[in-house]
Design a protein around this ligand. Structure first.
Ligand code: IMP
Length: 202
């Protein structure tokens, strides 16, 4: 079964492939499928933006499309950068600098209040054009230093209390098993098992 991932984000696409290691599912990036435009994200929520991405690619290419909108919501900043996480401090700004800018915004907030959560909303459009939504979040806290080399984005400053490690210090298999994206994708995967079986019979 071919599924088009409505994203140009290489890190996300890599994680999708690591998480869904099912040989029956071929995950193709929208670029590989011939869609090279950047999709605007005017939505006001993760779910809205995921739906916009999925619909745009489905309308252009048809087939089966899976979109992810995700981000880091910091409690003391009213959920910011949230849906603006990729655009925060400038779309093409290195993550090192984005982290610096985040610390700057938090400079007047006591560190014990640097609680945050990673969110992931998925929107899947099946071959009959029906929409399916999934959303998961994982709580943690922002720390004042970068720790770890794995993952991407804000992972080195996102600390998981129960593990005593940042997302970037976790081996990728562990991040994928417990991350916002991993959990949302596994919800989706459970749901498409049925579609998968009927697809095999076609
Ligand atoms: P989107 O492509 O508009 O959904 O933006 C997602 C952005 O959220 C990414 O570019 C990262 O800044 C951030 N983000 C989402 N998921 C993760 C993750 O797993 N680790 C670190 N940063 C993430």
């Amino acid at each position: 079964m071919k599924i088009i991932i409505a994203s140009h984000n290489k890190d996300k696409i890599r994680e999708f492939r690591e998480i869904i290691g099912d040989p029956r599912i071929q995950l193709i990036s929208m670029r590989e499928a011939g869609f090279t435009e950047v999709i605007p994200e005017p939505g006001h929520s993760y779910a809205e933006n995921a739906e916009i991405k999925a619909r745009t690619v489905f309308e252009a290419l048809g087939g089966r499309v899976l979109a992810d909108d995700s981000g880091l919501s910091v409690d003391a900043l009213g959920g910011y950068p949230g849906i603006y996480s990729a655009r925060f401090a400038g779309e093409h700004t290195a993550y090192r600098e984005k982290c610096e800018r985040l610390w700057a915004l938090l400079s007047n907030v006591p560190e014990e209040n640097w609680t945050a959560a990673f969110h992931c909303a998925l929107c899947y459009i099946d071959s009959s054009g029906r929409l399916h939504h999934y959303e998961r979040q994982v709580p943690g806290r922002i720390i004042r230093e970068r720790r770890g080399e794995n993952g991407f984005g804000y992972d080195p400053i996102f600390y998981l209390e129960d593990r005593g490690l940042t997302n970037a210090e976790l081996p990728s298999a562990e991040k994928n098993a417990r991350s916002h994206r991993g959990l949302a994708l596994l919800d989706w995967y459970r749901d498409i098992e049925q579609e998968l079986s009927s697809d095999q019979e076609e």
